[in-house]
Design a protein around this ligand. Structure first.
Ligand code: PLP
Length: 388
């Protein structure tokens, strides 16, 4: 395949439903932290497919796992046994909450499974979600995403979601006997990398315990080593009853998971939930390798160190008013008068640095976790050249 960018844009205009605002660049290959366009120009990727390529592009071990499995068996359905998916379930549970796992194909599906699980466990109940949260685009997860622009055109939504301010006392008051779950991102990604306070997380834990509700962490963006521990909850002092994973889980392929602790492990009964492709052998083989790579203590230590270096460097750039985040999950506010979407566009087209804007004055940086010190410094120099 060797279409020009113009040819792809014509195909898109004629045949693709226009749900995306694409930048005018065609990527044709990737390796580690680098992407190549069709003219052979190299781009430094500090977005990693929005925290999907935590192991880097085309990691040789992930590619080998995919190709070896693809030659043997690509699909059998969950009516039969295949090894990779069940090994992945074990590895995920053992790496985190110690319960059981439902595999799926994306983040939004993992959230749907979590919502169903919480309601099944209580046989009733509302789901408390936080302002600025993002949990996905299908009806349950969209109903859990309190953003007017995303929700309003698609009303009526799924009932029973209660939106709560990010205030410990407000959260305590919002949780009652009718609450099935509190669902939150420990660090809110899509709304601009907002780290939830330890007080808020502790209040959520206490409030859920007081009424027997489930505390569910959405770790779709924060998990798989992104924040410098395999799961973000490990650094919060709060252990959820269940959590969702996706994005980086598949090493670049579409994978998702609902992971429970022991209390919720046996809530779903046979026939309660399912998905044709879930836990398929090719994706699960890739995910097993990705999970192993992202669990490496040396890699996680490097994420923490490089996150500091990136955060400090960003804080020194002109026009930067705030730097937030943990590990290599970083949000940067720029001053009034600088448009973050325009900055991200110029970074791509002029500096060949891939980042994105989460709002009018906020950019997000989430490089592959295998990034080097030199690549961090190069990204800072490229951004600095635009901001100076
Ligand atoms: N939850 C969080 C925290 C996310 O960041 C996202 C995607 O950005 C989702 C859920 C939805 O995941 P997906 O796009 O794979 O459905």
């Amino acid at each position: 395949m060797s279409a020009t960018l113009a040819e792809l844009q014509a195909l898109e205009a004629a045949h693709a439903i226009g749900t995306y605002v694409r930048n005018p660049v065609q990527f044709v290959s990737g390796s580690g932290v680098w992407l190549l366009d069709e003219a052979g120009t190299e781009y430094l990727d500090f977005l990693a497919g929005i925290s999907v390529l935590n192991v880097g592009h085309c990691h040789p071990r992930v590619v080998a796992a995919i190709t070896e499995q693809a030659k043997r068996l690509t699909h059998a359905t969950n009516l039969y046994y295949t090894e990779p998916g069940l090994r992945l379930s074990a590895a995920l549970a053992q790496s985190s909450l110690g319960g059981k796992v439902f595999l799926c194909n994306s983040g939004t599906e993992a959230v749907e499974a979590a919502i169903k699980l919480a309601r099944r466990a209580r046989a009733r109940g509302s789901i408390v979600v936080l302002e600025d949260g993002f949990h996905g685009r299908t009806y349950g997860s969209l109903s859990a995403t309190p953003q007017e622009a995303k929700q309003a055109p698609f009303a009526p939504l799924v009932p029973g979601f209660v939106v709560c301010a990010k205030d410990p006392e407000v959260l305590r008051a919002a949780v009652g006997p009718d609450t099935a779950a509190v669902l939150l991102e420990p660090i809110q990604g899509e709304s601009g990398i907002h780290v939830l306070s330890p007080q808020l997380l502790a209040a959520a834990r206490e409030a859920c315990d007081a009424v027997g509700a489930a505390l569910i962490f959405d770790e779709i963006q924060t998990g798989m080593g992104r924040t410098g521990s395999l799961w973000a909850y490990e650094q919060t002092g709060v252990v959820p009853d269940a959590m969702t994973s996706a994005k980086a889980l598949g090493g670049g392929l579409p994978a998702g998971a609902l992971i429970t602790g022991p209390r919720l492990a046996d809530v779903f009964q046979a026939g309660d939930h399912g998905s044709t492709f879930a836990g398929g052998p090719v994706v699960a083989s890739a995910a097993l390798v990705a999970l192993e790579i992202c669990s490496d203590p040396a890699l996680l230590a490097s994420v923490r160190e490089l996150g500091e270096r990136l955060g400090e460097g960003l804080g020194e750039l002109p026009g930067v008013t705030a730097v937030r985040g943990r590990g290599l999950m970083v949000g940067v506010d720029v001053r009034e008068g600088i448009s973050a979407p325009e900055l991200a566009r110029r970074a791509l087209l002029e500096q060949h640095l891939v980042i994105n804007a989460t709002g009018p004055h906020t950019i997000r940086l989430e490089p592959p976790l295998i990034v080097s010190e030199a690549e961090i410094d190069s990204a800072l120099a490229r951004l600095g050249a635009l901001l100076s």
